[in-house]
Design a protein. Structure first.
Length: 330
């Protein structure tokens, strides 16, 4: 049994996952349970505490080796005080002192942060960003979250709200994001945005929104066959169709790669990180486009050495939240 362990806890709106995290980022004894997001604050915390206790019960000899508990929780939150403020996905918690309650219950230090910040730290310590001083991390999925890690420390900004890179606008005439701003990269290149762009392309092909007589139809696209209906199209259908050679899917993903290039050009000019690490469910779908994104970065950055910055896949996949939470206590 290692002598230096942390417990990483990944809290979502419907589930809690926790595991032991070793000093080099290895994960063991992962346990998952339901999250009581709609109950009282105490009931919500009880759901978290139950999963932590289950991990400790699974490996009783680990209890003495656990030096801290890290918790990833939906924001907004204050990472300096460990208080969860008012997350829409966790209505049970309003100004809830999650770190203090965890320390009181388990007698070890506790740290709280959002999932992208924490996952970025795990990648900087143990993952694809290890060995680099300044790491920019992005998770591409239902939303787009980012984290900035300078010299193995998360950059939080003045109030803890820094690194909201998913809400950088690259088209002020673009679609409105869930945050209220127009043209955020999240509104243009997240999983739902990819699905919407595919739906629009297929709708034109079906004659629903034809405005240009020279438009190329996509009536036979495999995307529609996989989804079963236009409204049923999801990013995973686009990805599967792309891997099977579908033209519409390829065009949608090429457009997504272009949008990500524009965005990352801004990131390079602002931060010039040593490495850019990308994780999340959409990252695997887009990874084949990474070399092209890197080649085209100098067109979208004043920094003409932008293409030298490695653009790499993250080490941690579905366990990014657990690894990141475990890293918070390092």
């Amino acid at each position: 049994m290692p002598e230096d362990l942390t417990i990483g806890v990944d809290i979502g709106g419907t589930k809690v996952a926790a595991a032991l995290v070793g000093s080099t980022g290895e994960i063991a004894e992962k346990i998952r349970g339901p999250m009581n997001a709609a109950g009282t604050a105490a009931e919500g915390f009880a759901a978290v505490a139950d999963v932590i206790r289950a991990v400790l019960s699974a490996v009783p000899e680990a209890r003495a080796a656990v030096k801290g508990i890290g918790l990833c929780a939906p924001g907004p939150l204050d990472p300096k005080t460990g208080i969860v403020l008012n997350p829409p996905n966790l209505p049970c918690w309003r100004n809830f002192p999650l770190a203090a309650e965890t320390e009181r219950a388990f007698g070890v230090p506790a740290r709280v942060d959002n999932d992208a910040n924490a996952a970025g730290l795990a990648e900087a310590l143990w993952g694809s960003g290890a060995g680099y001083t300044n790491v920019f991390y992005a998770t591409l999925g239902t939303g787009i979250g980012t984290g900035i890690v300078f010299d193995r420390k998360i950059y939080h900004g003045r109030t803890g709200s820094a690194a909201e890179g998913g809400h950088v606008t690259i088209d002020y005439n673009g679609p409105k994001c869930g945050c209220g701003k127009p043209g955020c990269i999240e509104a243009l290149a997240s999983g739902p945005a990819i699905a919407r762009r595919a739906q629009d392309k297929l709708a034109v092909g079906a004659g629903v929104r034809v405005t240009d007589q020279n438009v190329t139809p996509y009536r036979d696209s495999l995307i529609l066959q996989l989804a079963g209906s236009l409204d049923g199209v999801r990013a995973e259908h686009v990805g599967q169709a792309f891997h099977e050679g579908d033209r519409a899917a390829r065009e949608v993903l090429e457009e997504t790669a272009h949008l990500l290039t524009v965005w990352l050009g801004n990131i390079v000019d602002l931060l010039e990180p040593d490495v850019m690490v990308v994780g999340g469910g959409i990252a695997g779908l887009m990874s084949g486009f990474f070399p092209g994104i890197s080649r085209n970065l100098p067109r979208w950055a004043i920094n003409q050495r932008a293409a030298e910055i490695p653009l790499v896949m993250a080490r941690y996949g579905a366990d990014a939240g657990i690894a990141g939470a475990g890293a918070l206590c390092r």
